[in-house]
Ligand binder design. Structure first.
Ligand code: GLU
Length: 277
């Protein structure tokens, strides 16, 4: 199987040094493997995503030296499109239907804090809220539709989910302890980040997922989704986070580390990359 990697930015702000570092590793790994790189725009959070940020992302990525073979800005875009998540809602709905048929997800009227957060990828410092197992329903109507109620994936309590990350090595998380029944569909009729990203990585035939290490716990959840759907699991490479002088993960709101600010200040991509060595 040929190597297929992806860059998956969320257009809620400008790209910063942390994105550049992770994406550069993704691009290098695709190059070394003689593979291809997909640009996927993760714009499900319509309240926060902006078209202008998308345009700026293309520009910043190209300025930095990124080059992708498939993506929403290319003509033709590629064989696995569309490459903007907001255009892929139907495919997520069919994944929801498959999970519902397999009885691995259930409708949940209980609205915990994790519901609001579930549309975006979690980041370092986000507290994992474990859904209390006693709130699982005893039975439910399998013909129910998504979109009126939240749906959760029922995790196998006590099972250890292990995977070997290509950078971090052996990782292991216990279902029901490190994470609980997680959201797959929200009552506002949007899929959760976990469902959308697994659906896309599978549909786009991604062979290796390269991303920040704050998503390691998500990987355990995503492996459960792959397994429930009988899909082969890609390999993973989680990169260390870029931190500021105080050790804090870089944030989109911090304009000082945005690629466009650095570019305006006259920094070159080569100089930025050299600072990583
Ligand atoms: N779009 C996500 C983010 O910006 C990345 C998700 C992923 O790589 O799986 O954090």
């Amino acid at each position: 199987m040929s190597y297929r990697g992806r860059l998956a930015p969320t257009p809620t702000g400008h790209l910063h040094l942390g994105h550049a570092r992770t994406f550069w590793i993704a691009q290098e790994r695709a190059k070394v493997a003689n593979g291809s790189l997909v640009l996927r725009i993760e714009d499900l959070d319509q309240a926060r995503c902006k078209t202008q940020f998308c345009q700026d992302i293309y520009e910043d990525l190209r300025w930095f030296g990124f080059d992708w073979q498939e993506g929403p800005d290319l003509e033709p875009a590629g064989a696995f499109g569309p490459y903007e998540q907001i255009q892929r809602l139907e495919s997520y709905r069919s994944v929801w239907a498959e999970l519902a048929t397999r009885l691995v997800i259930y409708p949940s009227p209980h609205s915990r804090k994790d519901v609001a957060a579930a549309i975006a990828a979690p980041h370092e410092g986000d507290r994992e809220i474990i859904f209390p197992p006693h709130l699982r329903p005893m039975d439910w109507d399998v013909t129910e539709m998504p979109g009126e109620i939240n749906w959760r994936f029922r995790v196998p309590d006590g099972e250890v989910i292990e995977f070997v990350d290509n950078n971090v090595g052996l990782c292991s998380y216990t279902a029901g302890e490190d994470f609980g029944d997680f959201l797959v569909w929200r009552r506002d009729d949007f899929p959760s980040y976990e469902l959308a990203v697994v659906a896309d990585d599978h549909a786009m035939a991604i062979s290796e997922v390269v991303r920040g290490e704050d998503l390691l716990l998500s990987t355990a959840k995503q492996i459960l989704l792959y397994r429930a759907l009988d899909w082969s699991v890609p390999t993973f490479y989680h990169c260390p986070l870029v931190r500021d002088a105080r050790g804090k993960r870089l944030a989109k709101r911090d304009q000082a580390v945005a690629l466009r600010t650095l570019r305006e200040q006259g920094l070159t991509p080569v100089a930025i990359r050299q600072s990583w060595d």
